[in-house]
Write a protein that binds this ligand. Structure first.
Ligand code: NAD
Length: 497
């Protein structure tokens, strides 16, 4: 019997008010139901926001170091449950066990970072321009945070948002992706077990159109932190304009790895295999373009195709599997349609390009790791985010041309350059338009204590991770204390003429 999951509102597990439910299935074996979940609506969001607003009035007064102690307990509980969380995540969304363990570990790192931030949350004291006056700027909580997350990092991404939100003294209404509601539920269970009081974290399951929209449109939600597609991000920003909410958007990518002729070829090959086919290519930072210098193009393509053809597809829980399934049928169909587009545009299919036919893969949303060569910068497979195991290879002649091709996209999340020439490396760091640049490492591999995010249509300028995310989840309050006993007018009394 599949487990029946519920929403968590004001410290209680409850069904959707409508009583409706939806199912979540294992993408590697679609006949396996993970659980049934409440198909919530605006009325459930209403209740969650009301309770989060009420809880804010007490939570905001809990000293930040105390909130940090709870975050440390959260990290400890995640360590204790790491293996079972990783297994659940693999069953729920398909990526291989080593990667889901990494996903949980990122949450653990984020918890311990948040815990230590409870004893910092630094403000500023600054001299006043007037005598006997004290100036400071301090961080204060904002209110109710709406948290809307995708399915590809079901633990890490919610923790990137929820932990700093709570540490700063905000309360949370959380809507996870409907492809990964079980992992999200486990996170809320852990927060509660660690001592987060009722009403401070609430989870409302359901679709983006119903639950997500209701959160973004709610006048009592003060800020929204969203990770997902650029299309939905734009809608959210428009909707949030009505109530002038603070919005953080982490959106799509079309990331490239560039290989110069002097690069270590083996290293570049390992990098692109991990970058393009890790998480079945379903990462915002996935390598979906490989830019090869003409001098090493043919050699590296040959090495690449041999290795791609030997990647093992399968259930991510099984030992030795390299690549899991796509998350669902619609994602598999999107991949297939981009393969057809690539062929029609004139690119050359050199690996994959099909749904596998092996009997043990017949009940999952698998797709063969795919490589196109002869891709031109204007091709759709060089420009649009596919979000699947498809790699487009392009050729360039000079560093400048390579960087120009790399920048020729509406996105700007991650980038990577393989070279042993330090001058070329620093030129690339300066000129690539992306939020993240790796040298001699693949486009994936963010660390929890570093700022994470992109430029152009990958986001709206905020950053997650490390110290930077605390700017989003707190408000600056500027304070002046005048202890002169008289009226002192800034800009006037100290400049008399
Ligand atoms: P998605 O945009 O379809 O959904 C993301 C979340 O938004 C889900 O919870 C969904 O239910 C919700 N949603 C959908 N429509 C909504 C609406 N109208 N109002 C409010 N919420 C709504 O994205 P996805 O398919 O879950 O994830 C894949 C996308 O996420 C890719 O584009 C990927 O690049 C991006 N992503 C970005 C980052 C990053 O940090 N930049 C990280 C991971 C994924």
């Amino acid at each position: 019997m599949a487990r029946k999951f519920q929403n968590f509102i004001n410290g209680k597990w409850v069904d959707a008010k409508s009583g409706k439910t939806f199912e979540n299935r294992n993408p590697a074996h679609w006949d396996e139901v993970i659980g049934t979940f409440p198909k919530s609506g605006a009325e459930d969001v209403e209740e969650a926001v009301r309770c989060a607003r009420k809880a804010f009035e007490t939570w905001r007064l809990v000293p930040a170091p105390k909130r940090g102690d709870i975050m440390r307990a959260v990290g400890d509980l995640m360590v204790a449950r790491k293996e079972d969380l990783a297994q659940m995540m693999t069953r729920e969304m398909g990526k291989v066990l080593t990667e889901t363990r990494g996903d949980v570990q990122e949450g653990i790192d984020t918890a311990y970072y948040a815990s230590s931030e409870g004893r910092r949350l630094f403000g500023h004291t600054v001299p006043s321009e007037l005598p006997n006056k004290f100036n400071m700027a301090m961080r204060v909580p904002i209110g109710v945070a709406g948290i809307i997350t995708p399915w590809n990092f079901p633990m890490a991404i919610p923790t990137w948002k929820i932990f700093p939100a709570l540490l700063c003294g905000n309360t949370v209404v959380f809507k996870p992706a409907s492809d990964t509601p079980a992992t999200a539920t486990a996170l809320v269970e852990i927060l509660t077990a660690a001592g987060v009081p009722p009403g401070v974290v609430n989870i409302v399951h359901g679709g983006g159109g119903e639950v997500g929209n209701a959160i973004v449109g709610h006048p009592d939600v003060d800020l929204v932190s969203f990770t997902g597609s650029t299309l939905v991000g734009k809608k959210i920003l428009e909707m949030a304009a009505a109530t002038l909410k603070r919005v953080s958007l982490e959106l799509g990518g079309k990331n490239a790895q560039m290989v110069m002729p002097d690069a270590n070829m083996e290293l570049a090959l390992e990098g692109v295999l991990w970058g393009a086919f890790g998480t079945t290519g379903q990462r915002c930072t996935a390598t979906s373009r490989l830019l090869l210098h003409e001098k090493i193009h043919d050699t590296l393509v040959e090495m690449l195709v041999r290795r791609v053809n030997s990647l093992r597809l399968g259930d991510g829980l099984k030992e030795g599997v390299d690549v899991g399934p796509c998350v669902n049928e619609s994602q598999q169909q999107t991949v297939q349609s981009y393969v057809e587009i690539g062929i029609k545009e004139g690119a050359t299919l050199v690996a994959g390009g099909a749904v596998p036919r092996e009997p043990d893969l017949a009940h999952g949303w698998f797709y063969r790791p795919t490589v196109f060569t002869d891709v031109l910068p204007h091709h759709r497979i060089a420009k649009e985010e596919i979000f699947g195991p498809v790699l487009s290879v392009l050729k360039f002649r000079t560093l400048d041309e390579g960087i120009r091709i790399m920048n020729d996209t509406i996105y700007g999340l991650s980038s990577s350059v393989y070279t042993t020439n330090i001058n070329d490396a620093y030129t690339a760091i300066r000129d690539i338009k992306a939020g993240i640049t790796y040298i001699n490492a693949p486009t994936i591999g963010a660390e929890a204590h570093m700022p994470f995010g992109g430029v152009k249509q990958t986001g709206n300028g905020h950053r997650e991770g490390g110290w930077a995310v605390y700017d989003f989840f707190s408000e600056w309050k500027t304070v002046y204390v005048d202890y002169s006993g008289g009226l002192q007018r800034a800009q006037i009394d100290n400049y008399e003429s």
